[in-house]
Design a binder for this molecule. Structure first.
Ligand code: NAP
Ligand code: F7E
Length: 326
């Protein structure tokens, strides 16, 4: 029988890759989108005739209950969030409402409508924040460093709590940074790949960045959505770290990205205090051996391939060889 999945946040980076993956696996895909005065479907435009988009909002409990009643999904992937760390410092209450309480709203909707629905929560390595051990695994204590990280800790624990209280099949995927040509332009990797293309094509002269020393475990989003799905196919629900196990600094990302088009990053990158954060996460590197052992998951794209893929895609996009990033 065809399985039906509901994806919240389908218009985001991960939502678009997950939708592609599930369609290829034979799923019927329902994507929850929030009302907007402008169209936000750029990443899923190429899937429009294969998915159903339906209106709902993580801020509105009734809309979630109604969606579950109407569409009767077998699996729910909760990818929706206010996901930009810098914005969470300026809008901490909104971030808490969507990224933290939004998880309770959807879990409670599942409990009320159909507790047999399998649930995936998009948790984050930002929960480790000021890391207390290296590398970080499922047993590493959390020490979030932003309202976003704090909200994700809440989302993680409410997922565990609904699993333990109501026997829901609820999994928390603790995913480290994952990127792609579809990454939002405000995140540092895409900001860099996009600027590299603009500079190479003569449309920009410099790139202003914040902390170049921050280190992240960067993987490819297309690899990471496979892990989300695998979690919901197990015999019992659990939590998993998903990462590459390698860490690189923002500076190294610049070196590889500019170097790929024959430019020296030091001639173009300007450090700008405006992009520093009130509290920083200095170093993240994950230990995903549990995902390897139990889910048979490992990443296929390495750091260099990821950076060059993003630069090539932005070169194609900006030089008109590609119409869209989807
Ligand atoms: P993203 O590109 O920022 O997408 C976020 C999605 O959430 C968008 O579809 C957005 O809709 C939607 N959304 C925001 N507020 C909403 C609301 N109130 N109701 C319904 N939908 C709402 O994020 P992403 O990179 O794909 O990440 C997916 C999830 O994984 C997020 O929860 C993120 O926090 C988490 N995560 C991401 C990473 C990563 O490295 N990418 C790592 C760990 C965890 P609009 O298009 O209308 O704005
Ligand atoms: O920053 C530094 C910045 O905004 C990475 C989200 O998907 O991954 C993401 O959160 C690092 C930070 O991602 C700039 O200070 C320097 O140390 O790309 P980012 P993030 O904060 O790691 C986690 C796992 C999530 O869950 C989140 O949803 O880069 N950095 N200069 C900069 N960052 C930005 N954005 N812009 C700069 O100019």
């Amino acid at each position: 029988m065809t399985k039906r999945a509901l994806i919240t946040g389908i218009t985001g980076q991960d939502g678009s890759y997950l939708a592609e993956f599930l369609l290829d696996a034979g799923y019927e895909v329902i994507g929850m989108v929030r009302r907007s005065s402008t169209v936000t479907f750029e990443r899923i435009a190429h899937l429009q005739d294969r998915i159903a988009t339906v209106h709902g909002d993580l801020l509105d409990q009734a809309s979630l209950i109604e969606l579950l009643r109407t569409y009767e999904p077998d699996e729910v992937y909760n990818l929706a969030a206010q996901s930009f760390v810098q914005t969470s410092f300026g809008q901490p209450v909104l971030t808490g409402d969507v990224t933290a309480l939004g998880v309770t709203r959807i879990l409670d909707a599942i409990r009320i409508v159909n507790p047999a629905i399998r649930f995936y929560q998009a948790s984050s390595s930002e929960m480790f924040g000021k890391v207390v051990e290296v590398p970080q695994s499922e047993t590493t204590p959390f020490y979030p460093r932003s309202p976003y990280g704090v909200a994700k800790v809440y989302g993680h624990w409410i997922t565990v709590n609904y699993r333990e209280s109501y026997d829901l099949f609820a999994c928390s995927g603790i995913l480290f940074n994952h990127e792609s040509p579809r990454r939002g332009l405000e995140f540092v990797t895409r900001k860099i790949s996009n600027a590299v293309a603009k500079i190479k094509l003569g449309r920009a002269e410099e790139l202003r960045l914040g902390n170049l020393d921050a280190k992240r475990d960067w993987g490819f989003a297309g690899d990471y959505v496979r892990a989300m799905w695998k979690m919901l196919q197990q015999d019992s629900p659990d939590d998993y770290v998903v990462s590459t196990g390698e860490t690189h600094s923002v500076r190294e990302f610049c070196e590889v990205a500019f170097g790929h088009v024959g430019l020296d990053w030091e001639q173009y990158v300007v450090v700008d205090e405006a992009f520093f954060r009130p509290a920083e996460v200095d170093l993240l590197v994950g230990d995903s051996s549990k995902a390897l052992t139990e889910l048979d998951w490992s990443p296929e794209v390495d750091f260099e391939q990821l950076v060059t893929m993003m630069v090539d895609a932005d070169m194609d996009l900006l030089s008109g060889r590609l119409d869209a990033i989807g």
